[in-house]
Design a protein around this ligand. Structure first.
Ligand code: IPD
Ligand code: CA
Ligand code: CA
Length: 257
């Protein structure tokens, strides 16, 4: 059996309703600094697994919640959905927008399809490997402007205190190279912002696969260069740092060296 990007889009959009209709969800704590999960994260993941599982029964699942978060070598064979039911859980808890739903599909361990949905602004990003990136059905490309004419964004790797000094050291050196810095609270959204030309660059010192499985493909298909912060390919078997540069940013800036 195969699956179309349109069916993943339809299922992800339906899941967006669960975010929009959530009222004061119960909040639980996970390990790491200020790392929370709400009952809505779990509900969205269950919904996605049930619906995507029916659409592509042979697919395996790697999801952030409900104990589905351990990568196994089996996931590198055939199809594997990589899900972040809410990317930006802190934003969700504090009603600081956006939060997005991220659904990536790996085929033989490589990014094949990706959907990122921000239900608050009804912005849906999608990509199929080799077929370009889209926002609400319109083709998108990253900006060709140099970094000095663009915003840059970064993530604080909030759950990994060991990366704090390095993150802020890079951010401090990056600020004079760009127009200004932004921190949205969702890595998948940041990558989509570079893909659509709102930002010229995004970096974060440590992410998990579900944070970028969908959005890194979308950014790549929009002409971005997406690597770890040393310029190596992103990992699809474990955690990774991330650096995403739009078409106008030709080289890794000095501050990463
Ligand atoms: C987090 C967000 C945040 C990023 C963290 C992620 P979560 O995901 O993407 O922007 O800085 O590294 O873990 O916990 O909200 O799904
Ligand atoms: Ca996440
Ligand atoms: Ca999450």
């Amino acid at each position: 059996m195969t699956i179309t990007i349109d069916s993943i889009i339809a299922i992800t959009k339906e899941a967006g309703e669960l975010l929009l209709s959530a009222k004061r969800p119960k909040i639980m704590e996970k390990s790491g600094h200020a790392n929370f999960v709400t009952e809505t994260d779990e509900k969205v993941q269950r919904f996605l697994m049930e619906r995507l599982g029916k659409a592509l029964p042979e697919a395996k699942f790697l999801g952030e919640e409900d104990g589905q978060d351990v990568f196994s070598s089996k996931m590198a064979n055939g199809y594997c959905f990589v899900i972040d039911p809410i990317d930006g859980t802190s934003n969700f808890i504090y009603e600081y927008r956006p939060s997005v739903i991220s659904v990536g599909l790996l085929k033989e361990g490589k990014p094949y399809m990706g959907v990122v949905y921000n239900p608050y602004d009804d912005m849906l990003f999608s990509a199929v490997e080799g077929q370009g990136a889209y926002m609400n059905g319109e083709r998108i490309m990253s900006s060709e402007a140099p970094l000095s004419n663009q915003l840059a964004c970064f993530g604080t790797a909030p759950y990994y205190t060991e990366y704090r000094d390095r993150s802020f050291d890079i951010a401090k050196k990056l600020l004079p190279l760009c127009v200004d810095l932004r921190r949205s609270g969702t890595a998948a959204w940041d990558l989509c912002c570079v893909a659509i030309g709102r930002c010229g660059l995004y970096f974060e010192m440590k992410l998990q696969i579900w944070d970028y499985a969908a959005a890194a493909l979308i950014a790549t298909e929009a002409g971005c260069k997406v690597t770890d912060i040393d310029g190596n390919p992103l990992s699809y078997t474990g955690a990774s740092s991330a650096l995403c540069m739009s078409r106008g940013v030709k080289e890794i800036p000095e501050c990463f060296k």
